[in-house]
Design a protein around this ligand. Sequence first.
Ligand code: FAD
Length: 286
Amino acid sequence: MKIRDILNTGEKSFSFEFFPPRQYNSILELGINIGQLLKLSPSFISVTYGAGGSTQDASFNLIDYINNKIGLVTMAHYTCVNATKEKVQRDLDFFEEKNIENLILLRGDPPKGGTKFIDNGGDFHFASDLIEFVARQNRFCIAAAGYPESHPESESPDKDVEYLKCKVDKGVDFVVTQLFFDNSYYFDFVNRTRKAGITVPIIPGIMPITNFKQIKKFTQMCGSKIPGDLVQKLEPYQEDLLKTYEIGVEFSINQCRELLEHGAPGLHFYTLNKSRATVDIFSSIK
Ligand code: FAD
């Protein structure tokens, strides 16, 4: 099923993102957590690709398993960093053969350990090049990434929206955002995109806070900010995971409620392969 058809019904979509685990224990843990999240009947599941140094084969195997063995609607993440047209074509044929109908098409991050993106001269330089190549084939429902607080490399917020418009015009059906904690960035971003003529649904990306140090690291990497009052609440309990969990989950519940009440078309949870926080947040807002 194509995700654009789910979004076209006007029902809010709820989706969960996983990454392919590398260690045996993590594989077992992922199986258990997917089992817990399945009880929530998600609209779709997405699987990251090559992120944080994970292997591409592992991503393909996991998405194939979730799509064809578990039978859920899936969205494969796919990056074009340093890829050739021939490789991308082979991978698109694989997705079609496995009946994976939804792709989120991305440029990709610097390789693990690097902080700066270096273009090594593949056939695609920006996500928009990949989107154009895939959309022309008219086979997939296509999503793209959006950045309420602007992409870390972007020249300005206006330029960032201009480049998003370029992606959407090339054939994007919906946008999923980078994680953020201050909803005003999301609402402002949606307003700016609408003014720029972008009309597709923009699904907010939600990361439940369960570990303050980890969240600080993620936000430093992706350029999102943690609001000052939330930092003040979390900082004294850095070593107390239970208290952090309580504060983090309560925060996310309020964040999600406000987003849905003010028109967000759904929520996309960055689960980090865990289920407890997402289940608790989801159960409170559904
Ligand atoms: P682009 O849209 O190409 O933008 C990259 C930068 O170039 C931006 O600063 C943009 O403003 C600028 N730009 C765009 N077009 C032009 C142009 N024509 N001229 C000049 N500048 C331009 N990474 C992974 O490796 N694997 C994943 O699975 C993954 N999943 C993600 C899922 C979501 C929802 C999000 C938000 C991000 C994900 N990422 C993933 C991270 C993503 O790859 C990085 O954020 C990457 O740095 C940018 O990807 P993009 O697709 O937004 O790139």
